[in-house]
Design a protein around this ligand. Structure first.
Ligand SMILES: Cc1cc2nc3c(=O)[nH]c(=O)nc-3n(C[C@H](O)[C@H](O)[C@H](O)COP(=O)(O)OP(=O)(O)OC[C@H]3O[C@@H](n4cnc5c(N)ncnc54)[C@H](O)[C@@H]3O)c2cc1C
Length: 321
């Protein structure tokens, strides 16, 4: 499964530059919060407000695409009784720091098991040729999942070493000193592992959902944003070719909803990282040869099965290119 890793801020800058070049600076409006919208026969009116609740502008368009994340107002308007996101009781801490390159300098380490996992990989060049901007993430179960997720306001808050480090001590990997790496990270953030059940429909007339608003999923298998990008590609293609925008939104949903619903469910079982859980389940006390625990074919089936559902398999990537 080929993987391209990029810092989130840099990816957003790439997208911003492309939008600016193609649509022009005047089409980008920051600081506008969608408050509500109204659809009629000829289009959709969207009402935007500032952070203090004052009306800023009303925009009119042929369609409204709700790409407003896991706490989507557009989704809540379409499904008012859905309620908050579901939390599985795991917390995810993530940070990035300039660190000594390991293995090939492009390698990714995924370690741990069902109770906690550690992921380490480079996302950019470092301050010297032998260093990389190194991304790390630790996922650990801190609750049995029966409690509601932390308040929306407490999401993406800065992480605290005293809460994280007890989970890090279990990791001993030969290539990277995980404890030192994390301790050297000046600031990092925490995120509850949340998703939502797949919806029966995204498109309602001239209004549809995209990305996390449509299919919030656990961020395993380097996935989530990748699916939002695939959604956008598909939606743009359908809008270009369909005779009517309502039909375009319907075709987009037909193509993308079943696939992403399956990924939401696969990510609940660990996605491609489930290969580690399968090994741990069969050999909780360790092993000498992994092939005695889970054959190469079984390991490949887990990872390849996920890759092809997610649209990441090499053949699919080559075809799209
Ligand atoms: C710790 C962590 C690690 C992850 N790692 C990966 C990874 O390696 N690979 C990957 O592909 N994905 C990853 N993801 C998932 C990825 O972050 C999301 O899937 C992705 O950000 C979804 O993009 P989006 O544009 O749909 O939503 P968001 O990125 O949530 O963007 C929604 C935007 O809408 C805005 N908004 C919200 N409400 C309104 C409103 N009413 N009016 C106007 N604007 C509004 C928000 O301010 C925000 O800017 C990870 C997620 C987490 C938490």
């Amino acid at each position: 499964m080929p993987q391209f890793s990029i810092h989130r801020g840099r990816l957003q800058a790439v997208i911003y530059q492309a939008v600016r070049a193609r649509l022009g600076e005047s089409r980008i409006h920051t600081g506008h919060r969608l408050g509500h919208f109204r659809e009629d026969e000829g289009g959709v009116s969207a009402y935007f407000f500032d952070r203090h609740g004052s009306h800023r502008t009303t925009a009119r368009g042929d369609v409204l695409v709700g790409a407003d994340g896991i706490h989507s107002l557009v989704r809540e308007t379409l499904y008012p009784s859905e309620g908050p996101a579901r939390w599985n009781g795991a917390m995810l801490w993530r940070g990035a720091v300039d660190w000594a390159s390991f293995l090939t300098g492009r390698s990714m380490v995924i370690a741990g098991g069902m109770a906690a996992k550690l992921v380490v990989y480079p996302i950019a060049e470092g301050t010297r040729p032998d260093r990389r901007l190194t991304n790390w993430a630790v996922v650990a179960r801190i609750s049995d999942g029966s409690t509601p997720p932390p308040n929306k306001e407490d999401w993406s808050r800065m992480g605290r070493f005293e809460e994280l480090m007890p989970h890090v001590q279990r990791f001993r990997i030969p290539y990277v000193n995980a404890q030192a790496l994390i301790e050297a990270t000046p600031e990092f953030w925490e995120y509850p592992m949340c998703d939502r059940d797949p919806l029966p429909r995204w498109s309602h007339g001239r209004v549809t959902l995209l990305g996390d608003a449509a299919h919030p999923m656990y961020p395993v298998g380097s996935n989530g944003a990748s699916q939002a990008i695939l959604d956008a590609r598909c939606l743009a293609d359908r809008l270009r070719s369909a005779e009517h925008v309502v039909h375009a939104l319907w075709m987009y949903e037909q193509e993308r909803l079943p696939m992403t619903a399956q990924i939401v469910r696969m990510n609940r079982k660990g996605g491609p990282e489930g290969v580690i859980d399968a090994v741990e389940a069969r050999a909780p006390d360790g092993f000498t040869s992994i092939d005695d625990v889970l054959s190469f074919e079984e390991r490949q089936a887990i990872v390849r099965g996920y890759a092809s559902t997610a649209g990441f398999a090499r053949e699919q990537v080559n075809k799209a290119a």
